[in-house]
Design a protein around this ligand. Structure first.
Ligand code: G4F
Length: 324
């Protein structure tokens, strides 16, 4: 019998990559989707008929209990969240409901129905915020700089707490920024690769950006979901940093994307203060040596490979749209 998995946030970037990865491993994949008048299923379009979707909502405890009772998965991956940092200042309470309390709702449902279900929480490097040391590892203290980061700290610690209180197999993957052609357009990597493609194809001339000095440790989402799966295959639950250990500035990202499209970024990029944040996370860089040592995980895709993959995918998509 194949193992059953439930993925919350299955319509997002990580959910879509994980669903594909687990189907290839022979899992029966179930995905949780929120009711919405405009369904957002593009990322899992190719998986139609291969995964089963269920309506439930992180804000509704009973709907989570029901889905876990009906599916009875062996593994649950919680990728659902309000995950865009700027929105967490305009909707801090909603962010707290989804990104913080939502984790407790899933853990409570597991505890009530079957506490042997293995649980993965998508924690975030945003928790390190105003970093206390470099690179950041599992022991580095948190200092979140946004309501989103604060909510993720709650989600992380409630996962640890359920592991310690109820002996549940609950793991937290502290993932640094991870991108792909499936990344939402509002995040910096995709905003830049989409703009490079549109400028190259003559549909746009300028790109308005925020802080070009911010530094991130960017990896490929397809590599990172494997680390999440590996965490749930271990003998003991634990927390792991997932990162490349390599820093790049937003300026590097813009330069790499525009160069790959055959453009000079200086001719097109403008700074617009409306994209600056009330409190910025200036720099992030992860130390994933624990994941390397205990999970045997390492990133396979370099920064340049990632950016080139994204620019190529956006060029192809924009060309297709133009041809319609
Ligand atoms: O791509 P971003 O919006 O990602 P951010 O804020 O680092 O958060 C992402 O990674 C986290 C993991 O560390 C996740 F937990 C979180 O859910 C999300 O996936 O911005 C990256 C950097 C920031 O410093 C931002 O100020 O890019 C800078 N930036 C500069 N101009 C911009 C822009 N960000 C966006 N979104 N748009 C801009 O125009």
């Amino acid at each position: 019998m194949s193992r059953k998995v439930l993925i919350t946030g299955v319509t997002g970037q990580d959910g879509a990559y994980l669903a594909r990865f687990l189907l290839d491993k022979g899992y029966e994949v179930h995905g949780m989707v929120r009711h919405s008048s405009s369904a957002n299923l593009e990322r899992i379009e190719g998986l139609r008929g291969r995964i089963e979707l269920h309506q439930a909502d992180l804000l509704d405890q009973l709907s989570i209990v029901t889905i876990i009772r009906d599916v009875r998965p062996q593994e649950v991956y919680n990728f659902a969240a309000q995950s865009f940092v700027p929105t967490s200042w305009s909707q801090p309470l909603l962010t707290g409901e989804f990104t913080a309390l939502g984790v407790t709702r899933v853990l409570e449902a597991i505890r009530l129905i079957d506490p042997t279900i293995r649980f993965y929480q998508a924690s975030s490097s945003e928790m390190f915020g105003n970093v206390r040391e470099e690179p950041q590892n599992e022991q580095t203290p948190f200092w979140p700089r946004s309501p989103y980061g604060v909510a993720k700290v709650y989600g992380h610690w409630i996962t640890v707490n359920y592991r310690e209180s109820y002996d549940m197999f609950a793991c937290s993957g502290i993932m640094f920024n991870h991108e792909s052609p499936l990344r939402g357009m509002e995040f910096v990597s995709r905003k830049v690769t989409d703009a490079a493609a549109r400028i190259k194809l003559g549909l746009q001339d300028k790109l308005a950006m925020g802080n070009l000095d911010a530094i991130r440790d960017w990896g490929y989402a397809g590599d990172y979901v494997e680390a999440a799966w590996l965490m749930l295959q271990q003998d003991k639950p634990d927390d792991y940093v997932v990162a490349t250990g390599i820093k790049h500035s937003v300026r590097d990202l813009v330069e790499a994307a525009f160069k790959h499209a055959g453009l000079d970024w200086r001719e097109h990029v403008e700074c617009d203060p409306k994209f600056l944040r009330p409190a910025e996370v200036n720099t992030l860089c992860g130390d994933a040596s624990k994941a390397r040592r205990l999970l045997g995980w390492e990133p396979k895709t370099t920064f340049d490979e990632l950016i080139h993959m994204m620019v190529d995918a956006d060029l192809e998509r924009v060309r297709r749209e133009q041809a319609r």
